[in-house]
Design a protein around this ligand. Structure first.
Ligand code: M6R
Length: 618
């Protein structure tokens, strides 16, 4: 995915665009570019590399211009280099465009345009679109808005775009299909962006463009919004955004990831706020309550997700099956969408996604909807694509997550899944009143336990990270609820430190992976006191017998595994249902500190982007 930002108003556009790009850099960071409208035409600079490099190269554009757009890129078509960076110019250099998404039929469009005499300088799909706009503009003698609309009707794919015409210093045309775009409205000024972070200090009044819509934004005029397909006029209600600027800044932390790890006591509390009412003995969730017959009569619940959200889904399976006794299946959205799954009208399909924009998850959900399932979203980003197409859902309210490695969104997802499981278990009679009350008061105390975990484990984790920072492989083991914790711990280490790591169910070790164990293999064993504790201790002994280095995540006061392990990290005691939330904390910290010690770019690891809104990659 990429980030786009634009400004049209009375202020200088350049600083708004540069600062906006810095905030959007989590969306893609292999190249960046911007264009401002100057008296004599476009002032355009683009470069491979980060926004800081763009800033260095483009300072001279910090003039009086009050109109411009910028882009930060995560390459899909064409390697990251100066030429492939956005913005892209049309052949006649009259039109400029930034794009987040993928034009799937770019190849055939490009061939047609080449036959008509167009030349291409980059390998991007975006350059095809900007030339298509020029083509229609000239051929049909159209204004920019009409030319954009004609072109988009020829395009197959996903996009959020912003387009400017050199001859019109008062206009930006934007459109979206499958990639997010929000329009901020100030006093005689307009902001456009992939998310609201670039303009929060200027205005909180905004609206999200819907899929299949485009808007013409003109100085001193009302925004004209139309359906791309049939040009029908559309109206949107402007809403007041609830995000604060402090939430999207580092607030003194070295990295967003560390800030987000430390925010978890608060983000979990925020996720429960207004829902978990311990004094009244209720869980209030309108999304579940209003559709309770769908959930309670569901033949099964299918959870679709990717990456960390998929791991949350796996824990959700344990929670919902244990507490509500409703069958649950969890699927990678990317597999589900392509494998002709059997979906019935009595199925409930839950999509878990921090961003709410992950292409595979969105497509899986659309498929489930087509097949008549009830679709539910667990998303963090308010107004995201998934949140908008679901029948109902619950926001996680973890606040903006900027670090590419998902941390606070994960524990917020586990919190929502716990609430859902407990609520369903109560309503379908699987949980006694006593058990319900005990679970909700324990869940209510989880933010405090997370705080303690942060306070009590960080120092130990830093020590361990020093010892294992040069490991080339690592194994993570767990059983039951903490098998997905092992998968998640391994994913965190891989993605930010680039150390190869595998998560395994502890008992599966002897079916193959145990062959990997020697004195150089760190093995992280997640073993809070649960029904399978003794079995995990036996697994640990098998590893020790082969000289593996054991890092044990155990409950406070553990005596057995602690004796075998080389390093012990203690997390507070809790019911097994909530132990993955607590276990996640030291695992996140471990990956963080190892990555920092290796000098990795923690918030923007190589080859990744915060969410994968396109299917194809280079
Ligand atoms: O926004 P989503 O939750 O749908 O994103 C899914 C994955 O791309 C995401 O969890 C990814 O695996 C993270 N980088 C993990 O830290």
């Amino acid at each position: 995915m990429c980030g786009i930002v634009g400004y049209l108003g009375n202020r200088k556009a350049y600083p708004i665009i540069i600062n906006g790009l810095k905030r959007l850099e989590y969306r893609g960071y292999d190249s960046a570019g911007l264009v401002v409208m100057e008296d004599d035409g476009f002032g355009l600079v683009k470069t491979k590399g980060k926004v800081s490099e763009l800033e260095e190269k483009s300072k001279f554009l910090n003039n009086g211009s009050t109109l411009g757009v910028g882009h930060t890129r995560w390459a899909t078509h064409g390697e990251p280099n100066d030429v492939n960076s956005h913005p892209h110019l049309s052949n006649d250099e009259q039109i400029v465009l930034v794009h987040n998404g993928i034009i799937e039929n770019y190849d055939s469009l490009k061939t047609e345009l080449i036959q008509k005499g167009f030349v291409f300088h980059s390998e991007t799909d975006t350059e095809v679109l900007v030339n298509l706009i020029q083509y229609f503009k000239d051929k049909e003698n159209l204004n920019l808005t009409e030319a954009v609309r004609y072109s988009l009707n020829e395009v197959v794919g996903a996009y959020a775009i912003a387009v400017m015409d050199k001859n019109d210093p008062d206009e930006i045309v934007v459109a979206r299909l499958g990639s997010p775009l929000v329009i901020g409205i100030g006093d005689n000024e307009f902001f456009i962006a992939s998310d609201a972070s670039p303009f929060l200090e200027f205005t909180k009044e905004a609206f999200y463009l819907d899929d299949g819509e485009m808007a013409t934004i003109r100085r001193d005029k009302d925004i004209d919004i139309r359906k791309i397909k049939d040009n029908l006029k559309v109206t949107h209600t402007v809403q007041e955004l609830k995000i604060n600027l402090e939430e999207i800044e580092k607030s003194g932390y070295e990295h967003f990831m560390l800030k987000e790890i430390y925010e978890q006591p608060k983000s979990i509390r925020d996720t429960m706020r207004g829902r978990l009412l311990v004094d009244e003995g209720i869980i209030k969730m309108a999304g579940i309550w209003d559709y309770q017959e769908k959930f309670l009569n569901a033949k099964r619940i299918i959870i679709v997700a990717c990456g960390t959200s998929y791991h949350a889904g796996l824990i959700g399976e344990y929670l919902i099956e244990d507490l509500a006794r409703i069958p649950v299946e969890v699927e990678y959205a990317s597999e589900f969408r392509y494998r002709n799954p059997i979906i019935n009208r009595k199925d409930v399909v839950i999509a878990i996604s921090q961003s709410g924009e992950t292409a595979d998850t969105l497509a899986a959900l659309k498929l489930a909807r087509e097949k008549g399932a009830f679709i539910y979203g667990i998303n963090n980003v308010v107004g995201s694509s998934i949140a908008r197409i679901t029948d109902a859902g619950s926001y996680t309210h973890a606040g903006p997550e900027i670090g590419v490695a998902s941390t606070k969104a994960f524990t917020a997802q586990l919190t929502i899944l716990s609430l859902i499981a407990i609520k369903l278990g109560k309503h379908n009679g699987n949980l006694s009143k006593e058990r319900f009350n005990s679970l909700i008061s324990e869940l209510d105390n989880i933010p405090e336990l997370v705080q303690k975990t942060l306070e009590n484990t960080a120092e130990k984790v830093i020590e361990i990270s020093e010892k294992y920072k040069n490991a080339t492989n690592a194994l993570y083991l767990g059983r039951g609820y903490n098998f997905p914790s092992a998968l998640e711990g391994a994913l965190k280490l891989k993605e930010i430190s680039y150390i190869h790591a595998e998560g395994y169910p502890a008992a599966e070790m002897k079916h193959g992976p145990i062959a990997l164990i020697d004195e150089n293999m760190p093995v992280v064993i997640i073993a809070p006191r649960t029904g399978y504790y003794e079995k995990v201790v036996s697994n640990a002994m098998e590893i020790k017998a082969r000289k593996g280095q054991i890092i044990a995540v155990v409950n406070t006061g553990d005596t057995e595994l602690s004796k075998i392990a080389d390093h012990v990290i203690e997390i507070p005691n809790s019911s097994e249902e909530f132990s993955p939330i607590l276990a996640a904390i030291p695992l996140q910290l471990l990956s963080y500190y190892i990555a920092v010690k290796l000098g990795r770019n923690v918030d923007q690891p190589r080859n990744l982007a915060k969410s994968v809104t396109e299917e194809k990659k280079i």
